[in-house]
Design a protein around this ligand. Sequence first.
Ligand SMILES: Cc1cc2nc3c(=O)[nH]c(=O)nc-3n(C[C@H](O)[C@H](O)[C@H](O)COP(=O)(O)OP(=O)(O)OC[C@H]3O[C@@H](n4cnc5c(N)ncnc54)[C@H](O)[C@@H]3O)c2cc1C
Ligand SMILES: NC(=O)c1ccc[n+]([C@@H]2O[C@H](COP(=O)([O-])OP(=O)(O)OC[C@H]3O[C@@H](n4cnc5c(N)ncnc54)[C@H](O)[C@@H]3O)[C@@H](O)[C@H]2O)c1
Length: 486
Amino acid sequence: MTNKRQYDLVVIGSGPSGRRAAVQAAKFGRSVLVVDKLPRVGGVSLHSGTIPSKTLRETVLNLTGWRERGFYGSMYRVKQDITAADLRARLAKTLDYEVEVLEHQFARNNVTVEHGLARFIAPHEIDVLTSAGDSRRVTADKIVIAVGTHPYRPHDIPFDESVVLDSDGIIALDNLPRSLTVVGGGVIGIEYATIFSALDIRVTIIEPRENILDFVDRELVADFMHQLRDRGMMFRLGAKLDAIQMEGRQPVAILDGGRRVRADMLLYTAGRTGATDQLDLAACGLTTDSRGRLRVDPHTFQTSVPHIYATGDVIGFPSLASTSLEQGRIAACHACGQSVPPAPEFFPYGIYSVPEISTVGKSEEAVRAEGIPYECGIARFRETSRGTIMGIQGGLLKLIVSLETRKLLGVHIVGEGATELIHIGQAVLNLGGSLDYFIDATFNYPTLAEAYKIAALDAWNRITPRVETVSSNVGVAAPVAAATPT
Ligand SMILES: Cc1cc2nc3c(=O)[nH]c(=O)nc-3n(C[C@H](O)[C@H](O)[C@H](O)COP(=O)(O)OP(=O)(O)OC[C@H]3O[C@@H](n4cnc5c(N)ncnc54)[C@H](O)[C@@H]3O)c2cc1C
Ligand SMILES: NC(=O)c1ccc[n+]([C@@H]2O[C@H](COP(=O)([O-])OP(=O)(O)OC[C@H]3O[C@@H](n4cnc5c(N)ncnc54)[C@H](O)[C@@H]3O)[C@@H](O)[C@H]2O)c1
């Protein structure tokens, strides 16, 4: 059956960027259709990416009593026998709720939703093939491609959806393994590796580069890796994976040089590929790079075909739900002829590992490479009273400031609450603030946010010339340093 309809905007994909583009255009009074091939809206973000992994993390931290172990010891557990079913239960509830919220949002804004596989017939025409086999044609003035990515799955990896899995499979586990090998020390690999390690599962990470998370400040990563090694996680860095062999039910990773890493389960997370393979892009005049990604104008998100936009992970870096939402909004504003102010210069990165990492602005390596004179200030969470109350033993906050202007250049945090705390630094950074803001501002006490003040004072102490001790014969204690602001 074929029937044809016309919309102002058709959005392919209902993940963060598609959803935001659709609602924004509807708010401008445009007729909008969202097409998604999954049976429920929300995209990778909701069904296999951000929300499932963060829900799994929260469940693990709650059921293990992870946050209380600083006080009660590493053997402390809220629930003794944590099963895969325990993990799935909270996930199902969270996803149902999030889908409902999104469906209501679309309905309230008169956004029409269709479930089916979209592909181009012509630059303004799309075919939607439903799971029932119906084919429906739609035409649109403007189109947003927001199809996201899927896990990179090389043919020589023996995925079996049981013990050799990618990040889509890991959220639907039937049983928890006793040991896990993670291939790929990127964000996804590190998040899942540390979440499973918090369940007292033995985890080994295999990464071909010499470092993990190479976009994160090295001092932070060193502290992070120290914490992970301390709890028994193993790293095989600079290790190339030659093959995966099955020995009975156990996958064995064979490394370059013959080293073997055996575990009950293997998670393969070596990057992702743009989900453009089924779009028939040739019909609208677009091509992709070797990983299926589209190129866009970074200010408008237009592709080389001006009425077709692309947003979210399908355009590559930074591939975050947070940035994807903004890209969708900007694309919709442009498509609707509305202007958008330029985005603030810096956005944060939040890595929901255990412990969390969050970072905004320049790393120390970047500042050094740019030849900017700088100084750092560091606070350890255990120096804050709130940290002591919470039993926090690890975690640090690092500020990087310009020596010439005292302006804040970067904030890097590892530890409890990092992904929330970072927004204080983000605001100061984007508003052009300096070290003095943290020195002069009063913070709630006791809070982890106080770490900003402590790190700022640490930087201040390093920057400010010291006043030499003046010996006194009258027994009055002389100042050791320049008057330190408090
Ligand atoms: C495991 C994991 C954890 C993550 N954690 C975080 C995090 O903590 N924070 C963060 O900011 N980001 C995180 N991300 C990244 C985040 O999920 C993505 O940046 C975000 O989902 C990208 O959104 P998007 O708009 O590109 O669409 P996506 O969420 O990728 O959704 C695309 C949608 O398009 C649909 N589609 C594809 N092709 C077609 C077609 N031909 N026809 C119809 N529909 C189609 C798909 O079915 C899908 O529903 C994570 C990703 C993963 C994989
Ligand atoms: N908290 C978050 O914001 C969050 C969480 C998860 C994912 N994401 C996004 O999802 C995207 C994809 O994440 P990812 O971890 O899949 O990709 P990635 O590119 O971050 O990491 C892939 C890792 O696999 C390694 N690798 C590449 N080829 C390999 C091979 N053949 N064998 C072994 N290792 C190999 C790479 O060196 C790299 O370290 C990221 O760009 C990230 O932005 C964000």
